[in-house]
Each structure stands twice: as C-alpha cells, then as structure tokens.
Design a protein around this ligand. Structure first.
Ligand code: C2E
Ligand code: MG
Ligand code: MG
Length: 742
C-alpha cells in the first residue's frame, strides 16, 4: 500500500491480500448477484462512467485502488485527481463516450509518493441501443511490477551490451543450432568423437563485439556472425573443438600465437565456456584477450634476465640452465666440458684506452669465440667483466679439449682494431687464460664446475700456460686441501713439524759451507707428509707466513745452539712468494736475528725463480732490504721459471741453485748437460756463484766441479737429517776430508 498525495487518499494495488466476500443477495436476481460477485473479484479495477464522466459503478478492486468505498456519483476528474494528467484522462473518457472510439492498452504512469507506478488502461465505449454511445468502461491493470522488471531487464541488457562493447577483450558467442544432448553420465571421453562431430556440425558464430575483428586480424567489413564455425577462417584460433570437449566443455587461458597482417607475432589468451541448459549444450561463450604486449614485455624481461646486455650473450643464469639441462640428457659415457676464459690485464686496456674501447673489444669476443665453436655443440656466455664461460659437449679426449681451448685463445689474440677519443685506429692485442673443468670426471654440478674452472683459470694465469685443467692439488678449497690446511695449522702450533738439515759443500775444497733447513711433517694419523705436498697448500693462504716464521725461528735457534757448542754453520731457509708480500717481513727477520743474538751472515734465504717473477717490483725492494741487512740470497730451482737475464742482473742475489731436475740426468742427457754448463757460464758472467742441487753420485759431483760449479748439495753428500744427527755427521765428514787431504 502506498499513500497518494497530501490528502491521504490511496490507490490500493495489493491484489494478493484481497478476500472475496459474498455480497448479500437482497433485492436482485441470482444472475445479477453472480455478475456482481465476479465483477468484484476481478483483479482489474473496473469503473463504469456515464457520458458526463461520472462514476456509475465500480468494482471492489477500483474502490481499493482509489481507496474510496463511495465512488459512485463522483466524476473521473475527482476520482483521478492525483492521476498523472487527470484533465486529459477525463477528456479522453468524455471523447470515448461521445465518439464510441475506445482507447485500449494505454500504459499510464502515476507518481505516488515519489514512486512510479504503471497501469495498463482500457477505455471502452459502451453503446446504448437507443441512445447511441452513453458510457465508458474504464479498466486499470496495475503493471508496475512487470514494468519495473522490464525496465531493469532493459537496463541490465544495456549495461551488459555496453560492457561487452567497451571491453578491451573480444567477447564472443557461438550458438548451437540444435541443442546437443550431453552424456547423462557426465563422462565426456567415451563420447568425445560424437560430441566433436555434433559441435562441428551445429556450431554457428553468434554475436561478438568490435574488438573481435581487431584481435583476430579480420577485415571489419566482413562479419563472421551467422556463419557455421567450420567455415570460418579463424576457426583454429577461436575454438579447438577437440580440446573443448576433452576439457569438459571449457577452455582455460589457452595461449594462441600467430603472425598478424604485418607478420608480427600476436599472442592471444582465450577462455571459453559451454552453456548447458537441460543437459544440452546450447551455446559457447568465449573471451579472447590480446596479451602480445604483456608477452613481449615478459619476453624482454626474460631476455634481460638471461642475457648479458653488452654482448647479447647468455649470462650466468642462462648458462646454468643450459649446463643443468645438458647434464640431464648426457648419456653415461659422455662428458661436459666447462671452460672459463679470462682476459689478461684487461684493466690496463680500460685504463689506457677508455671503457668505450674496452666495451667494443668485449663485444667482439663473443663472435670470435662463436666462429671457433661453430661446428660444436656449445654455449658461450659472459659471466661479467672480462670473463667468459663455455659449455661444450661432444668432445671427449683431453688433447681435443686442449686444442679447442688453444684455438679460443688464439682467436682472442688476433688484433682488435679500435678507435677511441685518445687514439685513432689502434691495434690492441689481448691475451687470455682458460681454465677447464670436466663433468662428470671432476665435478657433478654447475657451481662446482664453475668453481673448478675458475681455480684452473687462475692456475693458467699463474703459470702463464694459457690453458690449465682443474687439478685438486692446486685447489686451496678442495676438501682434501681444506683438511690438510687445518691440520697444518695445528702442526705449526704444536710439535708435529720438525726441521731436517741438508749440508751443502764447496766443490773447490770439499768444506761444508752451510745447511739447508727443510721442513718435515709427521702427522699422528696420516704419517709422513712431503713438503712438496704441504708447502703448496700453505702457500695458498697466509698459513705460509706462520710456517716461515716458525722455520726461521727454529733454524736460528738451532744455529745458536750449534754455535754455542762450537759448530759455526750457516742455515739456508726457503722463502715463499707470499712471505715477500707480507707486511714487515724484513723487520720480523731482523727481530729474530736480534732475539737469538746472531749476525745476519749466518742466515741465507732461498727464493724460487718463479717467486721472484711473480711480483717483481715489490720482491726487488724486499730483497734489497734483506741484502742490506747482510743476509745472503739465493735463487732456488733455477731453470724452472722464465727469468730473463736482464732481470737477474738487477737482483741482489749471491747464488743460483740449478734445479735438481737438470742435474740428476745430466750424465745421460746431453741437453741437460748443455743447459747446466751454459747456466754456470751465464751465472759467472753475472757475478753469481752456482750451487748444484740433486747431486746423487760421485761422478756427477766430479763433473760439476769440472764445469766450474762452486757448491753442491745432494744425497751423495748427505740426505736431509735431524739436527742432532748433523753434529755427528759434520764431525765425521770433516775427519774424512782431513784424512783424504793429507
Ligand atoms: P728445495 O728447496 O729445492 O729443497 C731441496 C729438495 O731437494 C729437498 O726436498 C731435498 O730433500 C731434495 N734433495 C736434495 N738432494 C737431493 C738429491 O740428491 N736427489 C733428490 N732426488 N732430491 C734431493 P724436500 O725436502 O722434499 O723439499 C722439497 C721442496 O719443498 C723444497 O725444495 C722447498 O722448495 C720446499 N720446502 C721444504 N721445506 C720448506 C720450508 O721450510 N719452507 C718453504 N717455503 N719451502 C720448503
Ligand atoms: Mg731450497
Ligand atoms: Mg731447489
């Protein structure tokens, strides 16, 4: 119920609440009674008005509608005073009564308390056989609910149309001409072929929005609506009927890629859903989204994630993926070769020619490497800076791997022709070093391969050998090394390390000229460990500094002890490259000499040739300082390094120890003999004395003496021995010498 106007009069429209009362039968026939009864129970409000527009009769519904039980005698104007256009309605009633032209099925709107209501009205002329037209039957049907429903339907339809039309995605519908019954069991697979055939037959392109044309690259003038699906050119891009059926009448986020009219890749993402009514497929709704831009963006991100931006080569992440996926498919006997190439002294190129030139050279390396590896199955990546890595399969033997690695080096060594702001058309020669690690022989995952190839690459650099294969012996971080290192630390701090001394004699008069201190390590469980094994381990870290401190201190303590007992003898201690880089090394030696109250002349230091070559300038300064302190310096293992004569001249060394590898075979090997004799000759020209190591026989000693070699050391004279044995040996040796001289 809603109130009407200020007066409180109401149009009652509640048809459901009505109760039909049987009218009373007084004064009237039963026909009349039932007519009245039916009239009053009508759901339509009915008024009978005369030719002057006065209500002559009204049914109950009308009375309730206008909320007035006494409508009779009132004019339409009065009754409809709150109607939308009462005068107009009144005039219309008069006109109908006068002309006999009924007005039917009008929809009239009334605003009641700000709410709109609709009525469907008929104004039907009533004819009086004697007097022509003399009345109007006015019926009113409340159609508000229907109207509201229609309006909201129209509105939602409009919204929905606008939504579809304005959508950036293509929204489309496929109609199924004859609904296709679906399997009652709900299992599609046994009926797949039949369903696919039915859909192919019955599917017809229905509605779609404007974007559809654009996304599917269709000419906008040629519509596909109403065409059988099977005849549409884009059928495959729209709906794979097989997949739709397999997937129980839906397709979710399927990506379709094809070339657009400009031959550019287009990526669409599609979802479709079957519409099922009464267990029949009646249509298919679909949405297609253009994800080309997003896809390209993701591809670009992926590219950036997996490639080096300067060279366009795969980066470490991508290389890792390649290595891991290759390892997965390698058969049992196959190997995967992993190489790291590092350019030597590339910092100098950047510093002198500028980073632009540096970048250009880096960019040129990739194509050069690719050329060498073009016929192989390989991946070339840039790890960053001046470091490249290569993954190679299909090459098995070491000689071939070495050959390829050397080809890679030589392709890098070809001149780079560069232009820079500072220089024009400069030729730059770049050298590089390659480290190689092999799967599965050495490492079984990417990170180990990477680390091992890196270790090998540093060995190649250190040895200036160009190419080096991974070798556990030279890996400071191999598990064996790590345990050896921690054990050695304990040995230095404890008492497992001892010194042996090996005498050196003068070939001129057979006198003992000194001893060389050689470290010995007897591990409580591992037993004897050779210095050739543990010294390189110590040299990999600062452990060598502790070890040298210990050897120097122990040697000086021993000299002091011998001296105190009347044995004046000099001790030679082996020094490593790292010791010479150690801050305050000279001060430490000075302090030890003072502590043991010994002159510098009783200490000799042996520095290997390769040590001197490593950090020439710094080494030179330290050696000068040691020499100025009065300590004799020797170059150890001479012949194993690459010293230049010019360089040797600058060193404040007194002796040159020819490496025992040349001495040992000298008697049989003429070439070694030539090397030894020319080394002696050259050393003399530089004012150096020569010591021969590894003198194992009398004949050798004799020959060396004949060649002018000043001193000798070797098993023939004495093996390295503990300090307490040396005194006795010294005594015996001197006695024998005296005897043989007399
Ligand atoms: P090195 O300094 O050249 O020492 C001489 C090596 O030659 C010693 O090996 C010695 O035992 C060996 N030798 C001497 N005479 C003969 C011979 O007639 N025949 C043969 N076959 N070998 C002979 P060792 O003691 O095994 O030491 C090996 C290397 O380890 C040394 O070579 C030295 O470079 C290093 N080393 C030993 N002790 C120390 C140390 O305390 N500090 C440092 N930095 N290095 C040490
Ligand atoms: Mg030595
Ligand atoms: Mg030596």
């Amino acid at each position: 119920m809603s109130s009407l106007g200020q007066t409180g009069r109401r149009y009652s429209v509640d048809k459901r609440s009505e109760v039909v009362n049987t009218p009373d039968l007084q004064g009237g026939s039963s026909d009349e009674f039932y007519s009245r009864f039916l009239f009053d129970t009508l759901r339509t409000a009915v008024l009978y008005l005369d030719q002057w527009g006065r209500v002559r009769s009204a049914n109950d519904m009308a009375k309730r509608l206008f909320n007035d039980p006494h409508l009779s005698g009132k004019t339409a104007l009065e009754v409809l005073s709150y109607w939308d256009k009462p005068i107009h309605v009144h005039q219309e009633i008069l006109s109908v009564a006068r002309t006999g032209n009924s007005v039917t099925e009008l929809v009239e709107k009334v605003e009641i308390d700000g709410q709109e209501r609709w009525f469907q009205t008929d104004k039907i002329a009533v004819e009086n056989p004697q007097h022509g037209f003399n009345g109007v039957v006015f019926t009113l049907d409340d159609i508000t609910e229907l109207k509201q429903h229609q309006l909201s339907l129209a509105k939602s339809e409009a919204n929905y149309r606008a939504f579809i039309q304005n959508s950036r995605d293509a929204i489309w519908r496929i109609d199924i001409i004859q609904p296709i019954p679906l399997p009652v069991s709900g299992e599609f697979s046994p009926h797949k072929d039949a369903l696919v055939a039915s859909i192919n037959k019955q599917a017809m392109m229905g509605d779609y929005n404007d974007v559809f044309h654009e996304l599917y690259c269709l000419d906008s003038s040629t519509g596909v609506g109403g065409l059988p699906l099977r005849d549409i050119s884009i059928k495959e891009k729209l709906l794979s009927v097989e997949e739709f059926v397999e997937n129980e009448l839906q397709i979710n986020n399927k990506v379709i890629t094809f070339l657009d009219n400009e031959c550019q890749p287009r990526h669409l993402k599609l979802s479709a859903q079957g519409v099922v009514e009464e267990e029949c497929l009646v249509g298919i709704w679909g949405v297609t989204q253009d994800i080309t831009e997003r896809r390209e963006y993701i591809e670009q991100l992926e590219y950036q994630n997996t490639h080096d931006l300067l060279t366009g080569l795969p980066n470490r992440t991508s290389l890792q993926q390649s290595v891991e996926s290759s390892i997965e498919v390698l058969s049992e006997n196959e190997k995967l070769i992993f190489m790291i190439i590092d350019l030597d002294s590339f910092k100098d190129v950047n510093d002198t020619l500028g980073h632009d030139v540096g970048d250009k050279i880096i960019q040129e390396i990739g194509p050069r490497l690719q050329k060498v590896l073009q016929d192989t199955s390989s991946v070339i990546a840039r790890l960053g800076g001046d470091e490249f890595a290569i993954m190679l399969t299909g090459v098995e033997d070491i000689a071939s791997i070495d050959r390829i690695a050397r080809l890679l080096l030589s392709c890098i060594r070809q001149y780079f022709y560069v232009n820079s702001s500072e220089t024009s058309n400069t030729e730059v020669e770049i050298r590089a070093s390659v480290g190689v690690a092999i799967y599965p022989d050495q490492a079984d995952d990417f990170s180990t391969l990477l680390r091992y190839a890196d270790v090998a690459m540093y060995c190649a650099k250190e040895d200036m050998s160009g190419v080096a294969f991974y070798d556990t012996e030279r890996d400071a971080h191999s598990p064996k090394r790590l345990s050896l290192m921690s054990e050695l630390g304990k040995a230095i701090r404890g008492s497992d390390l001892t010194l042996y001394f090996q005498p050196k004699i003068s070939l001129h008069d057979q006198r003992i000229v000194g001893v060389e201190a050689l470290s010995r390590w007897v591990h409580p469980t591992m037993g004897f460990i050779s210095p050739a094994e543990f010294v390189p381990v110590a040299e990999m870290t600062d452990l060598i500094n502790d070890m040298t401190d210990w050897v120097l201190n122990e040697s000086l303590r021993q000299i002091k002890e011998w001296r105190d007992r009347g044995l004046e003898i000099a001790v030679a201690v082996n020094i490593s490259a790292r010791n010479l880089q150690q801050e305050g090394f000279c001060d430490m030696v000075r302090e030890l000499l003072t502590r043991h109250d010994l002159p510098a002349s009783c200490l000799e230091l042996e520095i290997t040739e390769s040590t001197i070559m490593k950090h020439m300038e710094k080494t030179l300064l330290v050696l000068k300082e040691l020499n100025e302190m009065g300590i004799d310096l020797s170059i150890d293992d001479f012949g194993t390094g690459y010293s230049s004569l010019a360089y040797l001249k600058r060193l404040p060394v007194k002796r040159l120890k020819i490496d025992y590898s040349f001495i040992i075979n000298m008697m049989e090997n003429e070439q070694d003999q030539v090397i030894v004799s020319s080394t002696i000759h050259m050393a003399h020209n530089l004012g150096l004395w020569v010591v021969a190591e590894g003198v194992e026989t009398e004949a050798l000693q004799h020959q060396l003496a004949g060649m002018g070699c000043e001193q000798a050391q070797g098993f023939h004279i004495a093996r390295p021995m503990p300090a307490n044995e040396l005194e006795e040996w010294h005594h015996n040796f001197e006695r024998l010498r005296m005897v043989s001289n007399s």
